[in-house]
Design a binder for this molecule. Structure first.
Ligand code: ATP
Ligand code: MG
Ligand code: MG
Ligand code: MG
Length: 492
């Protein structure tokens, strides 16, 4: 029978700890500590950035770290690594996921890192070598970065056939933490779910059949805020593997949602819904986007639980604004697509705690607070949603309504007074075959922006943060310009 996720996680940690002398370091909270370049912790290495940069306090225990292993809570829903738009649509990206990581800080380098990874995957997890493909950095002339021939040789020596060893450029095989920060060439291991064929063309091609599972980064540079690359004081190894993807490989499914990390959640969602059970369909086959809704809700409730437990609440700027959007997206899919009653979302928190609470005990201790925050935010949004629906119906039956064209002033008031993301208004009107008077809406928005030009004097109007787009905010030079704002309009 397939191994449970708990075994997969502990086998990784034990392998590096017991067999290769790595120190087990707990996951850091998902709220980055003292790093304004980040919205959320997006990789295991974030908490070790000072070691990589050589700026760790020499009196801290961290400064003595040489070999480290951990399982890190990561959120990729804003900033350089933003997967929010893919979540629900595909079967491999989550907003919250666990990254299994191993590090060598100035200790061993490429040879050992590659052989440890290969031995763990093929011997301990028993993954057939002929299902694995390896990519390495092809170099980039414009950036004056050489190809990583050394790593290619190492993989050949390990026994990876040349046909499965593939060069890729900056985008795939040069890893960077954010717009600035530690970076370097990387080599990645991909798994072919099908087998018995040459799948090289499917590597890094967004195919559901071949997925990237493990990234081994050879940290060599720091990307300075002016975008220059500076060599680090010493080179390090930083590896990260998505637990959910590894578990899906070992449990023989091509979807992370069909593993024991998610199936109890999908079942709990089904119990609360008024639609059929989860069917695993994507794209066109997913009529009414029911399966997508299941995935979105399952993903988002994990993210909400983890983030709120770590003290990030749905709010009005930065990471908190992203979380607010995640919450509203979850509520909409839950209520409108899955037809689950109010309160369903929060009622899933015990299931999340049941699945992840042994590894991240703050889920246990914070569970009540997490549920309260979710219920409050849901109630707040639902009352707007109901009020808005009523306002729309009233307008449609009023005398002023010209057939087929909805008055912009009502859209504007839905948005300004009830905090409706504009695309939600659009969606709700679209469902009734109604269009918005866009010209008039633009005029109203422009007018309101003129009024709001005192924004950068520090007056942070909630309404305006809700209303302005990223470009508009940048024009007004308001200090909330992270790209999380790009997504606040869209609920899907
Ligand atoms: P992808 O190309 O699939 O988006 P990535 O190259 O952005 O992944 P890395 O930054 O290299 O990912 O992160 C290391 C590993 O973390 C990946 O190989 C993958 O196993 C896992 N991972 C990355 N993003 C996600 C995500 N959104 N959800 C689940 N696992 C992820
Ligand atoms: Mg990615
Ligand atoms: Mg990738
Ligand atoms: Mg990668």
């Amino acid at each position: 029978s397939p191994p449970p996720a708990a075994w997969v996680r502990s086998t990784f940690l034990d392998f590096f700890r017991q067999e290769h002398g790595h120190l087990l370091v707990p996951s850091s909270p998902v709220r980055p500590r003292g790093d304004p370049s980040l919205l959320f912790v997006n990789a295991g290495m974030n908490q070790f950035k000072p070691i990589l940069l050589g700026t760790a306090d020499p009196r801290s225990s961290m400064s003595a770290y040489r070999r480290v292993v951990n399982s890190q809570k990561c959120v990729r829903a804003g900033g350089k690594h933003n997967d929010l738009e893919d979540v629900g649509r595909d079967l491999t990206h989550h907003t919250f996921f666990e990254m299994l990581g191993s590090w060598s800080f100035g200790d061993y380098f490429k040879v050992e890192a590659c052989s440890m990874a290969w031995s763990l995957l093929t011997e301990h997890y028993g993954i057939p070598a002929d299902r694995l493909y390896v990519s390495y950095f092809a170099g980039d002339a414009a950036a004056r970065l050489p190809a990583d021939e050394e790593t290619r040789r190492i993989w050949l020596d390990i026994g990876v056939p040349p046909s499965r060893l593939l060069p890729f450029g900056l985008k795939e095989n040069f890893w960077e933490m954010g717009d600035s920060g530690p970076c370097g060439p990387c080599t990645e291991i991909h798994y072919d779910h099908v087998g018995g064929r040459d799948a090289a063309a499917l590597v890094n091609a967004d195919s559901p059949d071949v997925v990237e599972i493990w990234n081994l980064v050879f940290m060599q540079y720091n990307r300075e805020p002016d975008q220059n690359l500076c060599p680090l004081p010493r080179v390090s190894v930083d590896t990260g593997m998505g637990l959910e993807r590894l578990v899906s490989v070992l449990q023989g499914t091509r979807s992370t949602y069909d593993t024991d990390l998610f199936t109890p959640l999908l079942q709990a969602i089904h119990q609360r819904s008024r639609v059929g059970p989860y069917g695993g369909r994507t794209g066109e086959a997913d009529q009414g986007r029911v399966d997508m809704a299941y995935r979105v809700v399952a993903d988002h409730i994990r993210t909400l639980s983890i983030c709120i437990a770590d003290g990030v609440h749905p709010g009005m700027s930065g990471a908190e604004l992203v979380l607010r959007r995640i919450l509203r997206r979850a509520v909409r899919f839950c209520v409108q697509v899955l037809q689950a009653p109010q309160g369903s979302l929060a009622s899933l928190v015990p299931t999340v705690t049941h699945i992840l609470g042994d590894v991240y005990p703050e889920l246990h201790s914070e569970a009540d607070r997490v549920m309260d925050v979710i219920n409050d935010s849901e109630a707040h949004f639902l009352s707007s949603l109901h009020q808005g629906s009523r306002l729309i119906l009233r307008t449609l039956s009023s005398k002023d309504y010209k057939h087929g064209v909805f008055p912009a002033s009502v859209v504007w008031s839905l948005h300004r007074d009830l905090g409706f993301p504009l695309d939600l208004v659009d969606l709700m009107l679209d469902e009734r075959g109604v269009k918005v008077d866009c010209e008039e809406l633009d005029r109203l928005m422009a007018e309101s922006h003129k009024v709001s030009s005192d924004l950068h004097s520090g007056v942070q109007s909630q309404v305006m943060l809700d209303v302005l787009s990223l470009a508009e905010l940048q024009r007004l030079a308001v200090p909330h310009t992270d790209d999380s704002l790009k997504y606040q309009y869209s609920l899907e």
